[in-house]
Structures are given as structure tokens and as C-alpha cells.
Design a protein around this ligand. Structure first.
Ligand code: SME
Length: 155
């Protein structure tokens, strides 16, 4: 399977795994586990918007920073600018927050509430440079919409 086909199947699997459940923490945790295992990423998780900062949510991978201010790091910048950010080389991203010294590339995808506001970000790290491209961005945005629809419909 090429990357598009892998993501297409993953998106369907995420939806069937979380639809019909009413346990947002469990749904987010299972979605993260499935994405992480399927794609063999280094770190996969959510940071949740809470006031003027992001707070660490459910994740798979090494331990991570608890709090990221709006506009800080890749996650806080994706939130502030309300857009997906692909970082081919974290050493070239000014202000990158190194939770793990082994991370080399990263993608951050915002999740949107009913008003179009950012309610969380999906953050994924890789141990290799240039892991993420437009295909990852497009499919992870689709998966983020599926997760929002089924796990966070009231935010
Ligand atoms: N690198 C992120 C911080 C979170 S960790 O990658 C899990 C950032 O710069 O926002």
C-alpha cells in the first residue's frame, strides 16, 4: 500500500473505532494508539486548549511537556495561526520545544470547535528528518475532523 492508501484505511479504522462511544478521553486515546501503531511514529498525541495555554492530553511515546503557551513552539504556533504546520527539520524551526531530544521532524494539526476555534492540536513527531509532507497533512486533517465529530462534538 502506498501512503495515501494506508491513510485512507487508517481514517476508516479511526472512525469505526470511536463512533458511537461517549467517552472522549477513551476515544482520543484509542485514536492516538491506532495512528501511532499504524504509522510507527515516534510520538503521537493531543494538546488540549485550556485558557491561554495548551495542556498535555493523551499520547503514545516518551514523556512530554505539560504546558505550551499560545504562540510558543510548533504546537502553540499552529494554534495561534490556526493552520497545520509541517516541520521537516525541528532544528530549523525557531522556538521549537524539544520534549524529546530524539525528535527530528514534526507535524501539528489543529482540531476545530463548532465556531471554527481551535480546541486542541494533534502533534506527531518522527525520529527522522522530513517524514511529513502534504499527503500526511491532508489525511491527518481529515482524521482530525473525524475525531472532532465523534469524540468532541460539544466543544
Ligand atoms: N515539539 C513541540 C512540543 C511538544 S512535543 O513534540 C511532544 C513544540 O515545539 O510545540
Amino acid at each position: 500500500m502506498d501512503k495515501n492508501e494506508t491513510y485512507q484505511l487508517l481514517a476508516k479504522q479511526v472512525e469505526s473505532l470511536i463512533e458511537g462511544e461517549h467517552n472522549p478521553t477513551g476515544q482520543l486515546a484509542n485514536a492516538v494508539a491506532l495512528i501511532h501503531e499504524t504509522m510507527a511514529f515516534w510520538w503521537t498525541g493531543f494538546y488540549m486548549v485550556d485558557g491561554d495555554a495548551l495542556q498535555l492530553g493523551v499520547f503514545q511515546g516518551p514523556v512530554a511537556c505539560y504546558t505550551i503557551k499560545r504562540g510558543k513552539g510548533v504546537c502553540g504556533t499552529a494554534w495561534q495561526e490556526n493552520r497545520t504546520i509541517v516541520v521537516p527539520d525541528v532544528e530549523q524551526f525557531p522556538g521549537h520545544i524539544a520534549c524529546s531530544s530524539e525528535s527530528r521532524s514534526e507535524i501539528v494539526v489543529p482540531l476545530h470547535g463548532s465556531q471554527g476555534n481551535v480546541i486542541a492540536v494533534l502533534d506527531i513527531d518522527s525520529k527522522e528528518v522530513a517524514t511529513f509532507d502534504d499527503i500526511d497533512a491532508r489525511w491527518l486533517e481529515e482524521i482530525a475532523r473525524i475525531i472532532t465529530r465523534h469524540a468532541l462534538p460539544h466543544l
